[in-house]
Design a binder for this molecule. Structure first.
Ligand SMILES: Nc1ncnc2c1ncn2[C@@H]1O[C@H](COP(=O)(O)OP(=O)(O)OP(=O)(O)O)[C@@H](O)[C@H]1O
Ligand SMILES: [Mg+2]
Length: 252
């Protein structure tokens, strides 16, 4: 079974960035195949990794629903949908990327969703790691990972508002029937010494802080220039901070 690493948190706090940095860390370790999953309908993990995304699971669902009779002869609907998912998988030497894309529109998509979910689950078994970048809500996570997550980072920026979102997600977890093995707060763009009010709020949430990723001007430059975060140098501030967190929480 693959180790599932996922990120959740308020919009814009840095989930996609951290997911890309974790991917960068894991690819450097060469510890088995990695599947990156972009589970945000406004997907941009691919862009952050310098990849062009041409097809998503959402597109496959729409294509099929528009013309359910359009299955090539000699194939049944399960084979056909599985083939489309395989074609949508972006395969790179260091990792593969699957983009979930838009969620369901109107109408009943249950059968198609079941086939797609079963197949993505089957597919994930081939990887040592699965890195899932989520939307701010958590619905995808519970639907796409058969509910099992090895490490869930609740990402917040250095703000009480970000922490309140962390608190809300944390209290939602049980109702989502998620089996989370390990859970920790990850602070982005924070100072070395966190303030008293911030730490007080953290103490009330009662979760450990995995680490703080400092504000990294080099990372921001990469973002502006649309350069892949995989190409950040080893000595960049954010890369080093993520290495420290990963070595403690997911040693390879
Ligand atoms: N440590 C950091 N240093 C500098 N800039 C950062 C850092 N972390 C994130 N950013 C910048 O903050 C912005 C938002 O980050 P990101 O897209 O990762 O957030 P997000 O939580 O995925 O947002 P969304 O909820 O919209 O998906 C990006 O422009 C990113 O480059
Ligand atoms: Mg994002």
């Amino acid at each position: 079974m693959s180790k599932v690493i996922a990120f959740a948190g308020k919009g814009g706090v840095g989930k996609t960035t951290v997911a890309a940095l974790v991917l960068r860390h894991l690819t450097g370790k060469k510890n088995g195949p990695i599947l990156a999953v972009d589970a945000d309908p406004n997907s941009n993990l691919g862009e952050t990794l310098g990849l062009e995304v041409t097809s998503t699971i959402g597109d496959i669902r729409e294509t099929y629903m528009k013309d359910p009779q359009g299955i090539p002869s000699g194939m049944d609907k399960v084979n056909y949908l599985e083939l489309l998912v395989e074609q949508a998988l972006i395969e790179k030497p260091a990792f593969d990327l699957l983009v979930m894309g838009r969620q369901e529109g109107q109408g009943c998509y249950c059968m198609v969703n079941n086939i797609l979910n079963n197949f993505t689950e089957k597919l994930s078994a081939h990887y040592a790691y699965m890195v899932v970048d989520n939307e701010a809500g958590m619905e995808h996570l519970s639907r796409r990972t058969s509910g099992k997550v090895d490490m869930l980072f609740l990402v917040t920026d250095y703000s009480l508002r970000g922490l309140r979102a962390v608190r809300r997600i944390n209290s939602m977890l049980e109702s989502l029937k998620l089996d989370v093995k390990n859970l920790a707060i990850l602070v982005t763009r924070g100072p070395e010494d966190l303030s008293e009010p911030f730490l007080k709020e953290v103490a009330e949430i009662n979760l450990p802080i995995a680490g703080v990723i400092p504000n990294d001007p080099e990372l921001l430059d990469f973002d502006m220039e649309k350069k892949s975060l995989l190409e950040l140098p080893d000595n960049s501030l954010s890369v080093q901070a993520v290495a420290k967190i990963m070595n403690e929480y997911l040693p390879t």
